[in-house]
Design a protein around this ligand. Structure first.
Ligand code: V55
Ligand code: FE
Length: 492
């Protein structure tokens, strides 16, 4: 048998699978010095297909989760990368080929894997209740050993996860360390059911409530504030009939409205606030004052995912996918129809630069804040001199209250991956946004990746340190910083 990846752009050149697991003790520091006070581990996950896909025109959402860790200790940074041993990964490794078919479509699978979890653990990796969890929104998370990245197994909150899925974007409440999370398509593929949960700092589920969305759609990220959770229903819609017929899992439906499902934390029914058609994915942060809920998110005209087609067959138009960080505001008192879906919400643009992958200083998660970072694809009046249009080329920090921005260009022939904020270990009480930012930058000419340690208040200045990873890191999704103190408190 021959292992050969398809001759398709998504599997060639800088998108070619890496498939490499390994370890480097003491990454090379090519500039500056890593602060000795930075003690903890940056975990992140990318999508990297272990086997050629069983389906044509596959895309990275359907590729295996490869977790990487960067452990910071006394100015040294040790690197490790490891595939998540999902039930799916193990079955395919045994067979030495893909047994699972198209994205989220169990009707395209090899009959020998019927009933096995289709989860890939390829979207986020986070720490809660003394556990390291790798997750994807279509399945249960997978627990990993935080030192070796060995797979412990599927985690379902000791049987308390009644949903078939758990979001890859849970939020940790900075006030009490609880995990606020949900599952969508909670009763199975394409179902409109949403299950909302909270788990205490020890990882025990303390609250559960179920809702039905106006239609089945991708609920990739959401907003959590002190008093509310908000589920954005965006018209990337799913249908069981379509996947049974071998069609795409999601389509962009420009005729469908957007709904925000607002639920009081720990009790109360959902109220739907309705707005016109638009696209949004990741939430930078959100907060409320008891009455108004503010949600900061990049908003575009249409879906940014080229592999999910327009329902009317309209060609993919990159111009319409540009996302501009905007503030949605819901007035929870202005609710004449009692949440039956005709009350609208407002939207205000915060910047003229287009971008995605917003993150914040999570010490202020769900609270009023003045610091976020975001990767930019377009800056008015600036064209990278290497002539490469689009793609993520800049990192920006922004004060969402004023729109004030600082920016750094990643350099020629480079792509920025998601940045994260890291509080300084020596003084966790620094003001909002004072600390470090970590960011991976792919250097396409050399096929290597750099890890930048930046001063969060001066991301436009020379980095505090630049580390060199001598391989190209697989295309990354999300990651998180876990302090050494957190790592010392592990679940039984
Ligand atoms: C996203 C990523 C996914 C997925 C659904 O970025 C949404 C959004 C890596 O997999 O399955
Ligand atoms: Fe995401």
């Amino acid at each position: 048998m021959t292992v050969r990846f398809p001759d398709e752009p998504g599997f060639q050149g800088r998108f070619a699978p890496m498939r490499l697991e390994g370890e480097i003790r003491g990454l090379e520091v090519i500039q500056g010095e890593v602060p000795a006070s930075l003690r903890g581990t940056y975990y992140r996950v990318g999508a990297d297909p272990a086997w050629p896909p069983a389906t044509p025109r596959d895309f990275y959402f359907n590729a295996d989760g490869m977790v990487a860790m960067f452990r910071f200790e006394n100015g040294y940074v040790d690197f490790r990368s490891r595939y998540v041993r999902t039930p799916r990964f193990k079955a395919e490794r045994e067979a030495r080929r893909s047994l699972f078919g198209a994205y989220r479509n169990p009707f395209t699978d090899d009959p020998t894997v019927a009933g096995l979890s289709r989860g890939l653990a390829n979207t986020n990796v986070y720490w809660h209740g003394g556990r390291l969890l790798a997750s994807k929104e279509d399945s249960w998370p997978i627990q990993l050993d935080p030192d070796t990245l060995d797979t412990v197994g599927e985690f379902n909150w000791d049987g308390d996860l009644s949903s078939q899925t758990a979001t890859a974007h849970p939020k940790i409440d900075p006030k009490d360390g609880s995990l606020v999370f949900f599952g969508y398509m909670a009763r199975g593929e394409t179902t409109p059911d949403i299950a909302y949960y909270e788990a205490d700092a020890a990882g025990r589920v303390t609250h559960e409530a179920w809702f039905t969305a106006p239609y089945a759609s991708m609920v990739h990220d959401w907003a959590v504030t002190e008093n509310f959770v908000v589920f954005p229903i965006i018209p990337l819609t799913a249908s069981l009939d379509r996947i049974k017929q071998g069609g795409p899992y999601y389509v962009w439906d420009g005729s469908e409205d957007v709904y925000l499902g607002v639920v009081p934390r720990k009790g109360g029914d959902v109220r739907w606030y309705r707005g016109t058609n638009r696209f949004a994915s990741h939430i930078m942060n959100a907060f409320d004052d008891g009455r108004y809920i503010h949600i900061d998110t990049p908003v575009g005209e249409k879906s940014a995912f080229p592999w999910f087609p327009d329902i009317d067959g309209a060609p993919f138009d990159p111009e319409k996918t540009k996302g501009y960080l905007s503030r949605w505001t819901v007035d929870t008192h202005a609710d004449p129809d009692q949440g039956h879906g005709t009350t609208t919400f407002t939207q205000r643009k915060l910047t003229d630069c287009a971008g995605e992958f917003p993150r914040t200083d999570e010490r202020r998660a769900g609270l009023g804040y003045n610091y976020g970072v975001i990767n930019l694809t377009h800056v008015p009046g600036e064209v990278p001199d290497d002539g490469i249009p689009g793609g993520f080329r800049w990192l920006a920090s922004i004060d969402p209250a004023t729109g004030a921005m600082k920016r750094r260009f990643a350099g020629r022939d480079a792509t920025v991956q998601e940045a994260i904020f890291v509080p300084p270990a020596t003084d966790a009480s620094t003001p909002n946004g004072h600390g470090y930012v970590l960011q991976l930058i792919d250097r396409h000419a050399t096929g290597t990746t750099e890890l930048l340690v930046l001063d969060a208040q001066h991301i436009d200045a020379t980095p505090v340190a630049t580390l060199r990873i001598p391989i190209r890191m697989p295309g990354g999704l999300h990651g998180n910083w876990v302090t050494d103190k957190q790592l010392s408190r592990r679940a039984e």
